[in-house]
Design a protein around this ligand. Structure first.
Ligand code: AP5
Ligand code: MG
Length: 214
């Protein structure tokens, strides 16, 4: 099963992708997480990506595509995967479609988590992330058991650098210009499913499960 998560920044792609990954035993691949771990480790890739991410712009397609194709070619991806944050432009989607079709394969589901812009800024300012394992919380909607500490690994939670309100507004603008056209792209491919993402995390997940199990 090969799944693509679509949705605005803060729609809940990462939250749901981790739950899908655990339930269906699929690797969760987030290009944002790959970039953030490179930034944390001070790699050349991290230095390059940070220039774009801090402004809420997209990392260039060429670089992003190379990293993603390398990741999905590993053995753990043979039985499928959940892509979270990729593709994010039409050229990225076209490369993925081409690579998969060369192997007689295709994306099975594009899950579009629909959340209006007005809800997004509030979600982002309340988000807390674990820099170590990537788990995500919200101070109001998804609080950790102990304030400021990751339930999974016990590390201190942080506010992501790109979650400042002015950067979030730019990320939303970039989303509407460059990423939203993917909704039509995957609709035309016959694999788009849109889910109302304004409901609580478990309700959204239950709907996703019924789509995937159908
Ligand atoms: P990335 O890390 O992918 O960020 P994003 O798409 O902006 O999305 P987020 O991770 O911010 O949101 P999410 O949808 O995962 O929401 P979450 O589950 O955390 O990318 C970051 C940057 O990297 C980009 O700006 C770009 O520069 C670069 N990049 C990455 N991929 C790229 C690509 N392919 N090409 C080019 N550049 C790329 O949830 C948000 C909050 O809401 C959390 O606090 C959560 O607890 C809470 N929440 C979740 N669900 C619910 C719910 N149902 N109800 C209430 N609260 C909820
Ligand atoms: Mg995310």
């Amino acid at each position: 099963m090969k799944i693509v998560m679509l949705g605005a920044p803060g729609a809940g792609k990462g939250t749901q992708a981790i739950m899908i990954s655990e339930k269906f035993g699929l690797p969760h691949i987030s290009t944002g997480d790959i970039f953030r771990s490179n930034i944390k480790n001070g790699t050349e890739l991290g230095k390059e990506a940070k220039k774009y991410m801090d402004e809420g712009r997209l990392v260039p397609d060429e670089l992003t595509v190379r990293i993603l194709l390398d990741r999905v070619s590993r053995e753990d991806c043979a039985g499928g995967y959940v892509l979270d944050g990729f593709p994010r432009t039409i050229p990225q989607a076209e490369v993925l479609t081409k690579e998969l079709s060369a192997m007689g394969d295709a994306i099975d589901f594009a899950l579009n988590i629909d959340v209006p812009d007005e809800n997004i800024v509030n979600r982002m300012s309340g988000r807390r992330s674990c820099p170590s394992c990537g788990a995500t919380y919200h101070i109001q909607y998804v609080p950790p058991k102990k304030e400021g500490i990751c339930d999974e690994c016990g590390n201190a939670l942080i506010l992501r650098d790109d979650d400042k309100p002015e950067t979030v507004l730019n990320r939303l603008k970039v989303y509407h210009e460059q990423t939203q056209p993917l909704i039509d792209y995957y609709n035309a491919a016959g694999v788009l499913r849109t889910i109302d993402g304004t409901r609580d995390v478990d309700t959204v997940f239950n709907e996703i499960c019924s789509i995937l199990e159908d």
